[in-house]
Structure formats: C-alpha cells, structure tokens
Design a protein around this ligand. Sequence first.
Ligand code: FES
Length: 595
Amino acid sequence: MAPSLAWWAAADRANMSAMAEPTATTPDEKTRYWRTSRVELRAAGFDPDRARNLGLVVTVASSYTNAHRCNNRVGRITDLVLDAVAEAGGQGLVVGTPAVSDALTQGTPNAGYSLVSRDLIADCIEVGHRAHHANALVVISGCDKVGAAAMMPLARTNDPGIVVYPGTSSPGSVDFGPWAAKGNNLTILDYAEARAAEEAGRISPGELAQIERCIMPGSGTCGAMFTANTMSSITEAMGMMLPRGASHPADVDAASDVHDDVKAHAAASVAALHHLVAEGIRPRDIMTRHAFENAITTAYALGGSTNLYLHLLAIAREAGVVLTIEDINSIGARVPLLANLQPHGPYAMVALHQLGGVPVVMRELLDAGLLHGDALTVTGRTVAENLAGVPTLAELGDQDLVRPVADPLAPGGNHITVLHGNLAPESCVLKLSGKTLERGQFRGRARVFDSEAAAMAAIRASEIVAGDVVVVRNVGPAGGPGMPEMVMLTIQLQGRGLGADVALITDGRFSGVSHGILIGHISPEAARGGPLAAVRDGDTIVIDPGNRSLDVDLTDAEIAERMAAWSPPPSTVAPGSVRDKYVRLVSSAHYGCVQ
Ligand code: FES
C-alpha cells in the first residue's frame, strides 16, 4: 500500500529532527535544516543531491519593487548576487522586504509608512533568514529606510554579512537659470525646487517641463547627499560595505542595464562574503564603537541628513554598542564640512563617485587623525589598509568637490547640532549645513499647525512671511504616526525665496533634501505631551545655535498652565494595523524611534 502524504511529511520531519542541532553553531549545522529535506527541496525546484553538498546558503535580502526608481533595479541585482553565490558553489535564498520610496509618500497621507517600514524591513530579513536556515546574508539596500534597515538584521543575527547598494540616480543638466551653473549635477532637489518656483511664478511651465525631462535620466536613489546616500556612505564608513560601494550610479538611463560598477560591486561583495565566512568575521566584529565613530565622522564631513541620528541610534542598539544622541553630536561637532554636495553645495553624488567616492573623503579624514584606522571592515582589512591606495587630495589636484580639513567648507560645529530648551527637554536637531544662521540667533513669530497639510495651505496662500517660525506638531513618531518628513514644506519655502528668513520647527523630521533654518525631532513630541503642544500663534520662538537652545519665550509656569488644559489628539490609526502596533511600541526620536 502506498504511504499517505502525511506519512511522507512525518518521515521527512523526523529525518530533519534526527539531524537537528537546536544550538547549531557551525555554518553546516545551520543550513542542514534547509538542505536535507529532500521532498521540500524537490518540490521547490532544487536538486536535493546538489543541495546536500552546497557551500554557503545565503540569505539575499531583496527590497525589489517595480513601483519606483529607488529600488526597481534591485530585482536585477538580486539575480546577479544569486548567480555569483551559485558560481561559488552556494545557494542564495531570497527574502523579500517592503521598499517605501519617500518620493512617493512625502506630502501624502501615507508619509508615515516610511519610518514605520525601517523596523519592519529589519524584521522581515531576520524572519526570512532564520526561517530559511541560511548561514550568511547579502542585504541589498536602496531607498532611505531600506538603507537604514540594512545593517540592523546583520547586527541582530550576527551572521556573516555584507550590504550591497543598488546605486544612486545619474544627474542631468539644463542651460538656463541658476541650474545652468551646476553643470551635469542636477538632481531631484532641483526639480522639486523648480516645481515650487513655477508654482510661485518664478519660472515658466516650459522651463519646468525641460527640467523634468533632463534631471533624472534613469533609476536610483535621490542623487546627492540626501538620506539614501547618507545611509550608504555610513554603511561604507562603518565597514559593512565594500569601499567605493556607496556612490555608484544605478544605471546610465532608464533603458540601460544596471551600471557596470553595480555589477562589479555585487560580484566583489559575494567574494568578500566568502572571505568573511572563511575568516569567521561577523558583523559585530566590524560594527564596534570605533566603527560607529568613523561612520558619524564621515557622515558629518559629507554633510549627511538629519535622519542619520534616528538610524544610527537604532543600528547601534542592534549591534550592542552604547551610543547616545549626545555622543553623535559631540563626535560630529569636531568634524569640518568637506564635501561640496547638494543639498548644501552644487554637486551630485555621482560626481563624488567619479572622483573616487567616499574613500576620498575618508582618506582626508584619516590623514587628519579624525578616523580610527584600525577598525575592521568587510574586506577583512582595516580602514587604514583599505585607504592606503586611495589618492590624497593633493594627488587629485585641482577640484572643489572635496575640501581639505585645513580649508573646509565650514569648520566643525556647523552642520547638524543637537539643541535643548523649554521646547525640547529631551532634544531636537538643527541642520545648518555650514551656511545658514550666519546672523546667529533667530527670533520669530510662531505660526502653529497641527498637520503638514495645514502648514502647506498657509504657505501656498502666502500667509507665511519673513520672520515667521512655522511650527508643525503632532507629526512625531507616535503622533504622525511614523514621523513624516516635512520636505514638501521646506521645498515650498525655498522655492518661494523664504529659506533664509523663515524657520520651520517640528516634532516630525526632514528629508535629506531639505535645507534652510530647520529643526526637527523635537522630543518629547507634542502628541505625547511634549511642550511643543503648548505653543500658540504669535508666541516668540528663539533658536540659538551658539547656546544650542530652542525655546519659546514663556515661563515654565506659563507652559505648565497651558499644558494643564491639554489632551492628546484623537488616534487616527485602525486597531490592529501596523501603525497601531507602531504607536504602541515606538520610542521618541531622542532614542532613535526604536521599538
Ligand atoms: Fe528614494 Fe529619495 S525617494 S532615495
């Protein structure tokens, strides 16, 4: 009599159980759970006999989606990684993750899903990796939150792993207006500000249409030192990505294959992974306190996004590294601004890649004594060993993209600064990027809004004028929920010529694209009873970078009196939804919004 299906399934499980090691410690022990279930392998299209003798079984964490240009090349790169793993005698197992594009969500009711997705992506990779019994990981990143999440499961599982970056957008050019002077360095920032300028009547619809056609010829992340490239640069500086892996273009244009540098990066990353496994080098061997300090130093020299605060705090927790918001501030404060990249400068990320990439900046920092050269990296070598062959700025000759430490764009203490005050008892972050608030203190009239949409309506109605401080509250980690980025507001202010004369403060956050007089991450947030909830129209707000303070011109008693009448805003999330769970778990921005 033929055995029943139940018999086969039971026998197979028994077979697996007999070989199971609940406390598997070697790569072979881990992967046997996946490699030895012959019926499952055959049904899934694998050759059970080949599987038995496989080398590495690698989780290939793939944030592919065809929905947007930030991650639409990830599918192709996933295939490249799978092929490279197979050529080396191993097997890649794909784990999918969401990939939220901020370009699709910013300024919409779904903007809060972006930050929510960071921890969800990390969880997806952990679940897939553990459930498939793989013994190493290649994480393919992409848009902001995938880039932020990429190192989290590596540190969490501490299985050998490496991050591959799909690449940034190639830039473009036009021959009119202020954009002509930038040459072939136009990015999505230029389009966004041109759109606001057209809305304000400062350029024609035809000029906007030309910018739309010319500035972003193909796929890739936002093309300058915005959040995705900040996180790719941090990953490289941390040692978890191969040198010069953080800056390549994703492609030449929308019709081309992925860029040759992406192909080379993917193949070299798989080779490096094998070396890591052979040498027994795990993520926490690399992601040390020194590595975090290198990442912070490099990100500040590059002029990175304020989001680095949230994400580094979350990554450090996963790595078991003690790191506070004040640590990031004090490490960053000694770092001069070196890279002349957008949003504070004219250049696109691809220009930095052509100059030699992030290693050029790191070499200058190392030579100035600002990096820990002994930190280990995924090459199996130290930072200093990796940088030994990188040309110095003197050897590169005449260029104004990367400045020397001795003659920076701005001295230390002029990029992102943590402030405190009666509006931010925990903390908030001010982004200076070396060139705003030259006048020192900014005092202005509060214009208070309880949503981004209400603030946008006021700006578009020309109700916001020089000297105003736009206050956008109830958009924090819990209030948003998901702490949406106020980038559409900052773009409107810039496009209307108000960037230097109007401040924007919020318990939400900013895109790396944002620039101006901007304070975000105000903690505690208004929706959880932070004093931002007490501010009223017409109050005087005082921003003082010199004293590292943000205050409303009210006494403690006046704030307390107003807060006595305060009640939390009503919830807008559906019970049981991902946002409902997020609101219940999320910590303040002061702690990186970790759950
Ligand atoms: Fe995806 Fe900017 S929106 S990288």
